[in-house]
Design a protein around this ligand. Structure first.
Ligand code: ARG
Length: 255
C-alpha cells in the first residue's frame, strides 16, 4: 500500500512539475518576444518606380521606403517591405497579407471602394513620353488611334483605356514600356511625371510632352476600417510639420 501511495505521489509530482515547467517556458517566451521585438508591419510595394521605389543593389530604396521607415520609427513598428506586381498590392492589403500598400499610389474613387487611404503626401501629374525625333504624337489629342504603353493596373492604364481607338500595351514594369517606345514598337507611354523624368534621363532620344495629362495625389492604402490609418495620419502630419517629409523628397528629387 505504501509503495502504491508513494508511486502515485511521485507521478502526480512529476506531472505537476512538467506542467509548471511548460507554462513557465511559455510565459517566458511570450514576454521576451513582446519586449525585444517591435511588431512588424509589412508594406506592399512595386520597386519599379524611381524615385518613389526602386532597387539599388539588392535593396528597395526611394521616397516611399524612407517615409514608411520614418512613420514606423515614430509609431514603434519594424518595417518589412514586400516587393510585388503593382496590380497585386491592393489585394495584398485587403487580404491582410500586407499591413499597408505604398507605391506612389494615386487615390482614386475605385480604389477607395476596396481600401482606405491616409492623407495624401505628394501631388503629381500623368505625362506622355514620346520619341524625340519621329513622334506623330505632339499632344494628348494626337493619342487617338496610337499604340500606347502603360504599366499594368496604373492610372496611366486607366487613362489610356479612355483614348479612342488606342492600341494599349500593358507592361509589368514602366521601364519596359519605355524600352518598347524607344525601339519604335509603340508611339507613346503614359506614366507619372517623376518616374517619367528618370526614365527619359536614362535613355537617349525620348522626351516628355509639355502639357501634363492629369493631376493626381499619392497616399498610403490600408485595409478598410484599419486602426492603423489614424496612427499613420498622425505620424504623417508630424513628418510634414517638422520638415522631415520635405527632406526625404529633396533627397531623391533635386528640384
Ligand atoms: N500613380 C500611379 C497609380 O497609382 C502609378 C503608380 C505605380 N507605382 C509603382 N510603384 N509601380 O496607378
Amino acid at each position: 500500500m505504501k509503495k502504491i501511495i508513494a508511486l502515485v505521489l511521485a507521478v502526480v509530482l512529476a506531472a505537476s512539475c512538467m506542467f509548471v515547467m511548460a507554462s513557465c517556458g511559455d510565459s517566458k517566451n511570450n514576454s521576451s518576444s513582446k519586449k525585444e521585438e517591435a511588431k512588424e508591419l509589412h508594406m506592399a510595394t512595386n520597386a519599379e518606380f524611381p524615385p518613389y521605389e526602386y532597387m539599388e543593389k539588392n535593396k528597395i530604396v526611394g521616397i516611399d521606403p524612407d517615409i514608411a521607415q520614418a512613420i514606423c520609427d515614430k509609431l514603434g513598428y519594424k518595417l518589412v517591405i514586400d516587393n510585388m506586381q503593382f496590380d497585386a498590392i491592393i489585394a495584398a492589403v485587403t487580404s491582410g497579407k500586407a499591413d499597408f500598400g505604398m507605391a506612389g499610389m494615386t487615390v482614386t474613387d475605385e480604389r477607395k471602394e476596396a481600401v482606405d487611404f491616409t492623407d495624401t503626401y505628394a501631388t503629381t501629374t500623368q505625362v506622355i513620353i514620346v520619341r524625340d525625333k519621329d513622334s506623330k504624337v505632339a499632344s494628348a489629342d494626337d493619342l487617338e488611334g496610337s499604340a500606347i504603353g502603360v504599366q499594368l493596373g496604373t492610372t496611366g492604364d486607366i487613362f489610356a483605356s479612355d483614348v479612342k481607338d488606342a492600341k494599349i500595351q500593358r507592361f509589368s514594369k514602366g521601364a519596359d514600356a519605355v524600352e518598347a517606345l524607344s525601339t519604335g514598337k509603340i508611339d507613346a507611354v503614359i506614366i507619372d511625371s517623376e518616374p517619367a523624368k528618370e526614365f527619359v534621363k536614362a535613355k537617349e532620344g525620348l522626351k516628355i510632352l509639355d502639357d501634363p495629362f492629369a493631376e493626381e495625389e499619392y497616399a498610403i492604402c490600408l485595409k478598410k476600417g484599419s486602426d492603423l490609418t489614424a496612427e499613420f495620419n498622425k505620424a504623417l502630419k508630424e513628418l510634414k510639420k517638422d520638415g522631415s517629409l520635405e527632406k526625404i523628397v529633396n533627397k531623391y528629387i533635386g528640384d
